[in-house]
Design a protein around this ligand. Structure first.
Ligand SMILES: [Zn+2]
Length: 257
């Protein structure tokens, strides 16, 4: 049973409650309240957990038995940090995916070009990365994503297909937008939590301690500690016998339209 199919539970209970409460006054109204609260919790869980596939299916890992993983960096391009990360990736000959924010592109075109020319791919992480993005109507949300597409197209001449929702939150609205915009939603299977990490070694352990074949690791190129940790991360991944592959290759999808 999928999370979504759980929706049927309160409907069935409500349908049963009305006649039952007539014969068994012991069934209190608050019993039904509890059921609806539980249902609300499931809904919130579905919104907050992209891997639950509650509103639409996002690719969160590759189905493979091979010791392969992919690195993804959100929220760039960020001058001073993304460059550092690109230097390390080049040194170790590692490909990655950058889910960029459109509004960060103007003024940072050379950085975006560098990501592209050094063999990495660029995904759509929205134009605004607005705090209220998830509450945007379908039209506004699609326009935001298309504005990001245009920025990428302007700089590298190609339109991104891979889309990672800002904050990893998914909604029914977004499901329509993904369909209309023909995006491939991408999640992750290892959330590094690098944006709030205080200790580099703990961060490294959190990521590498749970690696499984086909994992997608979520990092942020806007975070200094991530850039500092990257050489050690790559070495640890390799020492554990894993190969780092580009996300689109690992998932067997096209990165650009
Ligand atoms: Zn983000």
């Amino acid at each position: 049973m999928t999370l979504r199919q759980l929706n049927i539970v309160p409907i069935v209970l409500l349908a049963a409650y009305i006649p039952l409460s007539h014969f068994y006054p012991v069934i209190e109204w608050w019993g039904l309240g509890v059921v609806f609260l539980l249902q609300l919790s499931v809904l919130v869980y579905g919104c907050m957990n992209i891997s639950s596939g509650y509103f639409f299916r996002a690719l969160c890992k590759a189905e493979t038995k091979e010791q392969v993983i992919a690195l993804s960096f959100d929220d760039g391009p960020h001058p001073g940090r993304t460059d550092n990360i690109l230097d390390t990736l080049k040194k170790y000959n590692v490909p990655a995916t950058f889910f960029c924010i459109g509004k960060n592109i103007p003024g940072n075109e050379p950085l975006l070009q560098r990501i592209n020319s050094e063999g990495h791919i660029i995904g759509n992480h929205s134009y605004s990365h607005d705090f209220w993005f998830d509450l945007f109507g379908s039209k506004k949300m699609l326009a935001d994503l298309q504005q990001m597409d245009e920025e990428v197209k302007r700089v590298i001449g190609q339109k991104p297909v891979l889309f990672r929702p800002p904050y990893g939150v998914t909604t029914p609205n977004m499901s329509n937008v993904v369909l209309k915009g023909k995006y491939i939603p991408i999640g992750w299977s290892i959330r590094s939590l690098d944006t709030t990490a205080k200790d580099k070694q703990k961060l490294l352990l959190r990521i590498t301690g749970q690696m499984k074949p086909g994992d997608i690791i979520l990092l942020h190129d806007s975070i200094e500690m991530t850039a500092d940790m990257l050489p050690e991360l790559i070495e640890t991944i390799r020492n554990k016998g894993f190969r780092i592959e580009r996300l689109d290759k690992m998932l067997k999808v096209n990165a650009y339209a």
